[in-house]
Design a protein around this ligand. Structure first.
Ligand SMILES: Nc1ncnc2c1ncn2[C@@H]1O[C@H](COP(=O)(O)OP(=O)(O)OP(=O)(O)O)[C@@H](O)[C@H]1O
Ligand SMILES: [Mg+2]
Length: 252
């Protein structure tokens, strides 16, 4: 049975609205019951706590989503927002990729603990691979697992004929990224740095790429930035560097 102290702690945490503490004490009661040979009761209590924890976790997720408004004004034409429910189990991954992805998720989940040691989690990912190999799906899973909104950047509307305009649009996106923590997906990012584009107007596209790289380097937000491409060879080498170094990860 629960001790008097445990009962008091349960009542107090309930009054404080401190759910984690409430469940932790309930787990202690279950552990004590198990030690006293009441294994059936102990298991029932553990199951109950786990079920309630999961339910309150889902509520917390919904609550954290509500404050994120749809991107407004011009930003609305540059970003699509979604709240994926995708999970790691939805992906079929080789062992190496599975490990890397789990590592990224772990670091993101432990970012407060890392910060205490002056470290930052991996937050820039470059996904490369042929069409249909799961690049977009991976971005959805990362957002789903972390309970973050997924903002997909519409590069077709970001890129205009006018370099100044494109840079201003990129700035809007990077401002949003610093303001609202989320997973930001630059799909088909080769459009920004590819040789294909460079053939048209070398000087212009170089400047677009440079401003993108500069925004990337300057960004110290808590958002996760994912760039995806089918044409890794087309990418200017410079594009890879902020992903490789600066807490980056190249997932091929
Ligand atoms: N590794 C994988 N595990 C599970 N499903 C996958 C995987 N790769 C692809 N799929 C499935 O194939 C479909 C296409 O995948 P996805 O859109 O993620 O590919 P992509 O790499 O983004 O392709 P594209 O380069 O054409 O954008 C999705 O419906 C996804 O569910
Ligand atoms: Mg895709």
């Amino acid at each position: 049975m629960a001790t008097n102290d445990q009962l008091k702690a349960l009542v107090k945490s309930h009054a404080d609205g401190d759910d984690p503490q409430f469940y932790a004490v309930a787990m202690q009661v279950a552990a004590k019951a198990a030690r006293a040979g009441q294994s059936k009761f102990a298991q029932e209590l553990r199951d109950l706590v786990n079920e309630l924890r999961e339910r309150s976790g889902q509520k917390a997720r919904v609550a954290s989503i509500v404050p994120f408004a749809q991107p407004k004004g011009e930003l609305g034409s540059l970003l699509n927002v979604s709240y994926p429910e995708a999970r790691l189990n939805d992906l079929v991954l080789t062992g190496k990729l599975d490990d890397r992805l789990k590592h990224v998720l772990l670091e993101q989940r432990q970012r407060d603990a890392l910060a205490k040691h002056g470290l930052t989690p991996a937050r820039r990912l470059l996904l490369t691979g042929p069409p249909g190999t799961g690049k977009t799906s991976t971005a959805r899973v990362i957002a789903g697992e972390l309970g973050l909104p997924l903002f997909s950047i519409r590069l077709d509307t970001v890129l205009t004929k006018f370099m100044g305009e494109t840079a201003a649009k990129l700035r809007l996106i990077f401002d949003a990224l610093a303001e609202t923590r989320g997973v930001y997906l630059f799909d088909e990012v080769d459009a920004l740095g590819g040789d294909r584009a460079a053939q048209n107007d070398v000087g212009e596209i170089r400047r677009v790429l440079n401003s993108f790289l500069q925004f990337l380097e300057e960004d110290t937000s808590e958002s996760v930035i994912i760039a995806a491409t089918n044409h890794p060879r087309l990418l200017d080498n410079a594009l890879f560097s902020p992903f490789r170094y600066g807490n980056g990860l190249h997932v091929a």
